[in-house]
Design a protein around this ligand. Structure first.
Ligand code: 5GP
Ligand code: ZN
Length: 138
């Protein structure tokens, strides 16, 4: 169901034009209007899901399956040296459009794209304890 005032609902359904790489009944794949690098693409479900916490597993699975095909097509055209798959959830994580989307960001040697974090510290006991807590919820 389209969400009123959601730009990605409008793009996914073709109401707002976009540079479309591919589309099927579930998804539209477009080029990002403000690319981190040449060829930066987005896979957008036609249905409105806010984020990873909202999307169903079946759609997410189909989306990632499509991502493998799109990534290979992009690599063959762009001749990129690598690719980051990024997916932001929540303002704190950098999400700016609140309709689930997957970023495919081609990487080129010596580009200036920054995706990363500083490695932190952990102890084996702490990791085991936390893994156990989360496992209970799956
Ligand atoms: P987020 O920050 O939510 O993970 O990513 C949103 C992405 O959507 C950004 O990279 C931004 O450039 C892109 N974007 C926002 N509005 C439009 C638009 O109207 N058209 C296209 N093609 N991309 C958009
Ligand atoms: Zn939407």
């Amino acid at each position: 169901m389209a969400e009123k005032d959601c730009i990605f609902c409008k793009i996914a359904n073709g109401e707002i034009p976009s540079a479309t790489i591919y589309e099927n009944s579930d998804f539209r794949v477009i080029l990002d209007v403000a690319p981190a690098n040449r060829g930066h693409a987005l896979i957008i479900p036609r249905e409105h899901f806010k984020d990873i916490f909202d999307i169903d597993a079946l759609t997410a699975g189909k989306l990632f399956s499509l991502a493998t095909e799109v990534a290979r097509a992009m690599k063959s055209v762009l001749h990129c040296d690598g690719m980051n798959i990024v997916q932001n959830n929540g303002i704190v994580a950098g999400q700016t459009v609140f309709h689930f989307h997957l970023h495919l960001i081609p990487r080129y040697e010596n580009d200036n794209v920054n995706i990363g974090w500083q490695p932190g510290d952990s102890t084996p006991g702490e990791l085991q304890e936390l893994a156990k807590e989360i496992r209970k919820k799956i």
